[in-house]
Ligand binder design. Structure first.
Ligand code: ASN
Length: 578
């Protein structure tokens, strides 16, 4: 349906988990209080968030099936995308000062239980402890392949001047348009990596900052996404949720004159992990044996202590004797991690009870979700070293670094696609080392290297791309995912690899049924077998509620009937004609 004059090229579905926060609060007796049902009623009054005309014209049978939450639709965006969203309001909705670890677990489980049904997720959360929750979720959601965007506001959405409207709008646009497979935070025009962000202002609309990493997305006249900066996990593993968070963690801020008794009391059992907030580049007094003795005793007992600076910007480095003393006492340097990230990482790592103390310390030291910058010993590769691109640039008479970057951006995706198409893993690897984006689509049709490798049946290239963060959820212009391509071109092994990596069918059940009925009509058992490997439900129905079995029986396609009955098809389903 086309209402605003912009053509709808694509639809997407976003689940909104509304946990609370100022955005949906109401002033009662001079103080803001969470108010059940209030946010959704306010949203429906805002045309940029709710397309009233479209919703009135949309008949109920068009509305999405199997969802108990009310469907809300945004107007079609300038990118031609209609975002449908569904708000799950928590009970009770909370001021975020009241959040606990069990709330993080509830959010994580909601994402897990709805993962396959939505294209992206928005979490509406109070700002006060948002940096803790967003950091915690970034660790708890393992091998994430979809966008999870936290947002909230400083002023409730019903007030005349508020930031809630734009923040929610931006978060929905990002979750509904882009696959940024991170737990991120959207506020005041910027999308930050969640575990890099921190609340920096109580009184400004620019409440958040990501002091040691530039924003991943900035909403200007154009939406600018820093694709190179997006953190990508090894996508050859299925998305999972880790919920065993350890509560025995703490934050200890050093101050001049802190007593050894305070430190002793803080570090004693059951404390298992501590973020020690130190001075400057990670310094602590080196004339205080009493303090260092307490710290040493704790690390010897197996308490994991991370050194994070009290400064907003810059990392912990071992530049001074006052910093080295902590290293010698068994404290792990936290690089440029925020205290929120370090604390929640401790809770996550300590919850991995099957790991040894050494393995836990190793995880703390390493970058696991883009939360810290690891110092590179090797010199970074520079595009200038790349003779091929340099040759193209010189033949085009390009000299400035800006123009050179332009050539790079144009060529790398093309080269990636060629390598994916010929299955040349070595070239893929070289290109990725040169900064090529594994998810960049090469052409107008929005097809990624993974689409191409799946279509061509290049198993090793598929494995490589998944291991380097290729997304299984991308759809091309024809709504096809890499899994659809592997099915269509009958690459069994690749379908299995994609399934193992968590890929799932993304077409609606009617679209799927129409395709399956077509195959059933043509007695294409081999193709139906491919769909079966992808875990399709053969009981799905087309517009007349006819299943593939109806069609196969009508056409007397005995092999297809036998195949379908073998695969748990219900022979008693009735179509609209009874
Ligand atoms: N106290 C509120 C909260 O964190 C602050 C806000 O959302 N702006 O829930």
């Amino acid at each position: 349906m086309e209402v605003s004059g912009t053509k709808c090229l694509r639809e997407s579905r976003v689940l909104v988990l509304y946990t609370g926060g100022t955005i949906g609060m109401k002033k009662i007796d001079g103080a803001y209080h969470p108010k059940t049902g209030f946010l959704q009623s306010q949203i429906k009054r805002l045309p940029m968030l709710y397309d009233d005309e479209f919703m009135n014209e949309r008949s109920t049978c068009e509305a999405s099936d199997n969802c108990s939450l009310e469907e809300l639709a945004m107007p079609i965006s300038t990118h031609g995308v209609r975002v449908f969203y569904y708000i799950k309001e928590y009970c009770p909705i909370k001021d975020s000062s009241n959040m606990t670890i069990s709330d993080w677990i509830e959010i994580a489980l909601d994402i897990k239980n709805n993962y396959d049904s939505y294209d992206g997720f928005v979490v509406i959360h109070g700002t006060d402890t948002m940096a803790y929750s967003v950091s915690a979720l970034s660790f708890m959601l393992e091998n994430l392949g979809k966008s999870v965007v936290f947002t909230g506001s400083q002023v409730p959405i019903y007030e005349q001047r508020n930031d809630g409207r734009d923040n929610l709008l931006g978060a929905l646009v990002i979750a509904g348009h882009y696959i940024i497979p991170e737990v991120s935070l959207y506020f005041a025009g910027c999308l930050y990596r969640g575990n890099r962000s921190t609340k920096v202002s109580a009184g400004s609309f620019d409440a958040f900052d990501s002091p040691n990493l530039p924003p991943l997305v900035t909403m200007k006249v154009k939406i600018e996404v820093q694709w190179d900066a997006i953190f990508r996990s090894n996508n050859s593993k299925k998305f999972t949720v880790h919920t065993n968070m350890n509560p025995n963690i703490g934050l200890l801020r050093l101050f001049p004159g802190i007593t050894a008794e305070t430190v002793h009391a803080f570090l004693k059992s059951p404390m298992m992990g501590v973020v020690l907030q130190t001075y400057g580049t990670g310094n602590a007094p080196n004339n205080r044996d009493d303090l260092i003795t307490e710290i040493k005793k704790a690390t010897k007992r197996g308490v994991i202590i991370i050194n994070c600076t009290q400064c907003l910007h810059g990392p912990v480095v071992d530049q001074y004797a006052t910093g080295k003393i902590l290293l010698d006492a068994g404290v792990i340097p936290g690089s440029d991690m925020t205290p929120e990230a370090a604390l929640t990482k401790l809770s996550y790592v300590l919850g991995k009870t099957d790991l040894s103390l050494n393995q836990k310390q190793e995880l703390i030291r390493n970058n696991i979700r883009g939360e810290l910058t690891v110092a590179h010993t090797k010199e970074q590769f520079s595009l200038k070293d790349n003779s091929f691109i340099e040759a193209v640039a010189s033949s085009l008479k390009i000299s400035s670094s800006k123009e050179m970057e332009f050539v790079r951006q144009a060529l790398l995706p093309v080269l990636m696609s060629c390598a994916a198409s010929s299955g040349n893993v070595e070239t893929l690897e070289e290109l990725v080392n040169q900064g090529a984006d594994v998810n960049a689509s090469t052409n107008y049709d929005g097809r990624t290297p993974l689409h191409i490798a799946c279509m061509e049946g290049n198993t090793e290239a598929v494995k490589f791309l998944l291991e380097h963060g290729a997304s299984t959820q991308v759809k091309d212009r024809f709504k096809s995912s890499p899994l659809d391509d592997a099915i269509k071109f009958r690459h069994k092994e690749i379908v299995k690899i994609l399934r193992k990596a968590g890929a799932h069918l993304m077409k609606t059940s009617i679209e799927t049924a129409v395709e399956l009925c077509r195959l059933a009509a043509k007695n294409r058992v081999e193709d139906l077998h491919m769909w079966q490997l992808a875990n399709v439900d053969f009981n799905c129905c087309d517009y007349d509620k006819r299943t593939p079995l109806h069609v196969a029986v009508c056409r007397n396609n005995v092999e297809t009937v036998a195949f379908l009955l073998e695969h748990r098809v219900d022979p008693y389903l009735r179509d609209v004609f009874g």
